[in-house]
Design a binder for this molecule. Structure first.
Ligand SMILES: Cc1cc2nc3c(=O)[nH]c(=O)nc-3n(C[C@H](O)[C@H](O)[C@H](O)COP(=O)(O)OP(=O)(O)OC[C@H]3O[C@@H](n4cnc5c(N)ncnc54)[C@H](O)[C@@H]3O)c2cc1C
Length: 484
C-alpha cells in the first residue's frame, strides 16, 4: 500500500496528520505555505486573515480536545492561534510529515481509473520543481475560505473594489468613504475596524441577521448548554427570546427583519456592530442596484458616494487540482457521505468541508479520526470497511439537527454540530474506534497493534517520480483488494 497524500497543514490538515500518524497510517503532507496554521498564519500567501481577527467561536468550544490552549483569553487573536497550531504540530511531531512551500497542482487517478483502485498521482510544485508521486489515497484539507465569491454588479465603479480575502489592516480605510457589502462575521468585524478610520461607513445588506453577543450571563455564549442540545424548535424559541433581551431588535438599527428563523443561517457573533450603529458611526443601506462612477445606486432608489467598496460576500468551495467528478460535485458543493467520503469510495477524502455553528477544530479532528479509522479498517478489517461503505448506500444521516437551512451556496455544506458529531461518533464505533477504541489508540505506540505497525512501517517515504517517467507505484490496491 502506498502512503496517503494529505493536502494542507491548516487546522484540518494538522488534525488529519495527527489522526493518520496516531493510527500508524503512512502519509505525506503538502502545504503551499511556509508553515503550519492555514489561514490563521497571516503570512501564508493564501491566508484570508486580517490584523484585528480573533476567534469567533470561543476557545474551549474550538480547541482540539487533546491539546487545550494555554490562554486566558476566551476569544484569542490570530497570532495566539498560530502559536497554538505551531505548538500542536511540534507536540505531535507533525511537521516532519509535510513538504512546505509545496503546492499541489493536480490529483489524478492512476491510469485514469476513476474507481481509485489503482491509486492516485499527486503532482506538486515546490522548491525542487515539479514532482509527481503515487499514493493509495488523498485527503483534501485545503480549506474552504480561500476562493473569494466576487459577485458582478451593473455599471462601473470608479473607486477601489476589494474582497475581504485581501483585507489585512484598517489603514486601507483611512479617510475614505467606505461601502461594505454583506454582513457576515468578517463583514461585521471589518465594519467595526472601518468606523475608526474611514470618513464614512455604510453597510449594504439583502437580508436580516441574528446577532449573538460574545458573552451571555457572563460566559462565552457558545459555552452555555453544551452537550445538552435542545430540540431545534425549543432552542429557536428560547434563544430568540434571549437575544431579544440582550441585543434587542436589529431592525431598530436599520437591518431588515430576518425572513428565516434563528440558526437557519450562520449567526453573527458580534454586537459591537450594533453599538456602532447606535452611535451613528455607520449606516445600513439596501442591496445594490448599480454602480456609476463613485455613485452606488441602491434598489430602493437612494444612492451614496464611495471611494472603497469592500465585498464581504464570502467564498466558493474550491478544489482546483482535482476533477469535480471525483468529488461527486453537485450544484454548489461536493455531495459527500458525512461531508467526507465520495459515495464511490474512490480513495479521496475531504477534511474540513463543514460549516457549522460551534463545531470548532475538534469537529474537524473527529472527521480526521473517522478517515484514519476507515483507512485502518481497509488495511486490517476489510469486512468492517465494506460494511462502512455499504452504509453510504442507504439513506444518509440527517445532519441538519432539525433546522431548515437557507438554500444558499454557503449553506450547502452546513451541518448542525451536535447532529454531525453524533453521526461521526456512531460511525467511529462501527469501525472499532468509538470512545473506547480511540482511548486504546491514544495509549498505544503507533495507534495499531504491533503487527500492523510493522506492516505499515514497511512503507517508506512516498515514491516520487518526475513527470513523464514511468510510475514505480506497483499495485496500490488496498489490502482488501478493493478501493481504499
Ligand atoms: C476571520 C476568520 C475567523 C474565523 N473564526 C473561526 C472561529 O472562531 N472558529 C472556527 O471554528 N472557525 C473559524 N474560522 C474558519 C476557519 O476556516 C477554520 O478555523 C480553519 O482555519 C479551517 O481550517 P482548514 O485547515 O480547513 O483550512 P485553512 O485554515 O484554510 O488551511 C488550508 C491550508 O491548505 C493549504 N493549501 C491550499 N491549497 C493547497 C494546495 N493546492 N497545495 C498545498 N496546500 C494547499 C493552505 O495554504 C492552507 O495552509 C474563521 C475564519 C476566518 C477567515
Amino acid at each position: 500500500m502506498n502512503p496517503i497524500a494529505l493536502i494542507g497543514a491548516g487546522p484540518s490538515g494538522l488534525a488529519g496528520a495527527r489522526a493518520l500518524s496516531r493510527a500508524g497510517i503512512p502519509f505525506h503532507g503538502f502545504e503551499a505555505g511556509p508553515d503550519v496554521g492555514g489561514l490563521w498564519n497571516i503570512d501564508n500567501p493564501r491566508s484570508t486573515m486580517y490584523e484585528s481577527a480573533h476567534l469567533i467561536s470561543s476557545r474551549t468550544t474550538t480547541e482540539f480536545a487533546e491539546y487545550p490552549m494555554r490562554s486566558t483569553a476566551d476569544y484569542p487573536g490570530h497570532r495566539e492561534l498560530l502559536a497554538y497550531f505551531r505548538g500542536f504540530a511540534d507536540e505531535f511531531g507533525l511537521r516532519e510529515h509535510f513538504s512546505f512551500d509545496t503546492r499541489v497542482t493536480s490529483v489524478e487517478p492512476v491510469d485514469g481509473d476513476a474507481t481509485g483502485a489503482s491509486g492516485w498521482l499527486v503532482t506538486s510544485v515546490g522548491p525542487d520543481g515539479e514532482t509527481t508521486g503515487a499514493y493509495s489515497g488523498v485527503v483534501l484539507a485545503n480549506g474552504t475560505l480561500a476562493e473569494p465569491n466576487v459577485p458582478s454588479f451593473r455599471g462601473e465603479f470608479a473607486g477601489e473594489i476589494m474582497h475581504t480575502s485581501a483585507y489585512k489592516s484598517a489603514k486601507v480605510f483611512d479617510g475614505r468613504r467606505v461601502l461594505i457589502i454583506g454582513a457576515g462575521n468578517s463583514g461585521c468585524d471589518i465594519a467595526v475596524d472601518a468606523v475608526h478610520h474611514a470618513a464614512s461607513v455604510d453597510m449594504s445588506v439583502r437580508r436580516g441577521y441574528y446577532f449573538v453577543p460574545r458573552y451571555l450571563f457572563g460566559k462565552p455564549a457558545d459555552t452555555l448548554n453544551q452537550g445538552r442540545p435542545l430540540p431545534a424548535p425549543i432552542k429557536q424559541f428560547v434563544d430568540r427570546r434571549v437575544l431579544q433581551a440582550f441585543t434587542g431588535d436589529p431592525v431598530r438599527f436599520g437591518f431588515p427583519k430576518p425572513d428565516y428563523k434563528i440558526y437557519e443561517s450562520h449567526p453573527i457573533v458580534n454586537t459591537l456592530i450594533l453599538n456602532h450603529l447606535g452611535q451613528g458611526d455607520l449606516r445600513i443601506v439596501p442591496d445594490i442596484d448599480r454602480f456609476d462612477g463613485h455613485t452606488v445606486h441602491f434598489v430602493d432608489g437612494t444612492s451614496g458616494e464611495y471611494d472603497l467598496v469592500m465585498l464581504a460576500t464570502g467564498y466558493h468551495l474550491d478544489y482546483p487540482f482535482i476533477d469535480r467528478a471525483h468529488l461527486n460535485w453537485t450544484a454548489a458543493s461536493p455531495k459527500l457521505y458525512l461531508n467526507i467520503f465520495p459515495p464511490a469510495f474512490n480513495g479521496v477524502f475531504v477534511l474540513g468541508m463543514i460549516e457549522a455553528s460551534g463545531i470548532g477544530w475538534q469537529g474537524r479532528a473527529e472527521q480526521a479520526e473517522l478517515i484514519a479509522a476507515y483507512l485502518a479498517a481497509v488495511a486490517r478489517d476489510p469486512q468492517a470497511a465494506a460494511a462502512f461503505r455499504s452504509r453510504a448506500d442507504a439513506a444518509w444521516p440527517d445532519l441538519s439537527g432539525g433546522y431548515k437551512y437557507l438554500g444558499l451556496e454557503r449553506m450547502s455544506y452546513y451541518v448542525n454540530k451536535d447532529a454531525y458529531r453524533g453521526a461521526v461518533k456512531k460511525l467511529l464505533g462501527t469501525l472499532g474506534r468509538g470512545d473506547a477504541g480511540l482511548e486504546t489508540l491514544r495509549s498505544s505506540t503507533g495507534g495499531l497493534p504491533d503487527s500492523e505497525i510493522r506492516a505499515t512501517r514497511r512503507v517508506e517515504a512516498p515514491p516520487e517520480r518526475r513527470v513523464g517517467q514511468k510510475s514505480e507505484t506497483g499495485n496500490p490496491t488496498s489490502a482488501d483488494g478493493k478501493r481504499a
